[in-house]
Design a protein around this ligand. Sequence first.
Ligand code: ATP
Length: 436
Amino acid sequence: MIIGIDDTDSRKGMCTTYLCAVLVDELKKQGDVSTPRLVRLNPCIPFKTRGNGAVSFEISAEKEELVKEVVRARVSALSELNEEGTNPGVIFIGDNVLNTISDEQEERLKHFYETAVRDVLTLEDAYAIISGLRLDHFGLKNKRGLIGALAAVSFFVLQRNKPNYYDFTYELIAYRRKERRGKTRVIDEASVWKADAATYPLTWDTVDVANTTTVFAPHSPCPVLFGIRGDSEAAIYKAYGLIHAEPVERKMLFITNQGTDFHLIPLDVATKEQLREFYSYGLDGVVCSNPRTVEGGHVVFSIALSDSGTIECIAYEPTKGFRSTIRALRVGDLIRVYGSEKNGTINIEKIELKQLNNAEERNPRCAKCGRSMKSAGQLQGYRCKRCGTYREDKDVVTVNRAIEEGLYEAPPVARRHLSKPLVRMRAANKKIHPSR
Ligand code: ATP
């Protein structure tokens, strides 16, 4: 049986991954339990608490009813039900359904998961699948968590027989002891830097070198002490072994869709009308206004989309040094921007500089005296005031650029869970400039 859970936490405490870890450990008494999955869904969803995460795991147990009872009891007891935005949902896909699932039903689960990451769903969308497959389920309050729970089980079903069906990464999350929660986290910083140095790039986003800070521990009162992310289980456990910190209550390894860019909808040819709020895109365009720094330190410029219209792009102040790359853009650069759309602006997560505009038009120089010629009026060419020589067009000169072509990204301090760190693209046939 596969079990999916979502929407149990609030900003004041708890974490759905913790509830999952508690259940996985507890249910081992009832049968074999798989490595749980942690899926990050649409990062722009307004109902999210933090990272819009949902979880799922599989258990082979004889007493399925007992397992369901334990899950329902734990979700009811541990969810932050007094908080307004907490609306738990649990989905059970029993072996009877898993063993008889048709290609068409699997296709519907695939569509649901992919839509949950990239698009916006309603509870009715979830209920349509729940009733179509006759799935046992459980919800509290407005039950919105059923959306995330169904997305998490769908991811599991697709990955179950074909582990490489979707790109995936790992995260090992360490959880705090009850008496420590809410207090300052005790983590020996030096050991974290050592652990990172010993395992990067097989682990990533533990530290941010350029901003001299660790980024693997939250600052909220939730039970998470820290999480180590990466592509290799062995490297993650090695890093874990090198970190000195307060004693933990438990730890759990998750298979995740973090760091995969699965939220991005690639649009090779885009029009402004196509772009919608709460969606994340990869968009081709040509820089059509030079970047400018606005109040708050954010950097803004516009691109002309490949089909029609222009759209504003922004690198927010928290993206720190990434803004230097953005400031170095100039009109005429051919780029691809990656990020989500909000209020008609793309919030840039990464950018590919495909072709830099090295050409600059300048007033021509006089062939006789070498001085810069002046405009003779609109559309009337250029004239040397001294010698009277005339030229019709400007000179085109090649300028040196402070940046080079390739992929650039926001630093780990400002990285979204789903954003693929460039270091994960090192095998791809592209020039990458990882931020670290
Ligand atoms: P945390 O990361 O701390 O676990 P969270 O950020 O995951 O918290 P939730 O408490 O899970 O936030 O709230 C997100 C809510 O949005 C859930 O009810 C989930 O079912 C719903 N949801 C997730 N993705 C979508 C989507 N694409 N369309 C509509 N609703 C969604």
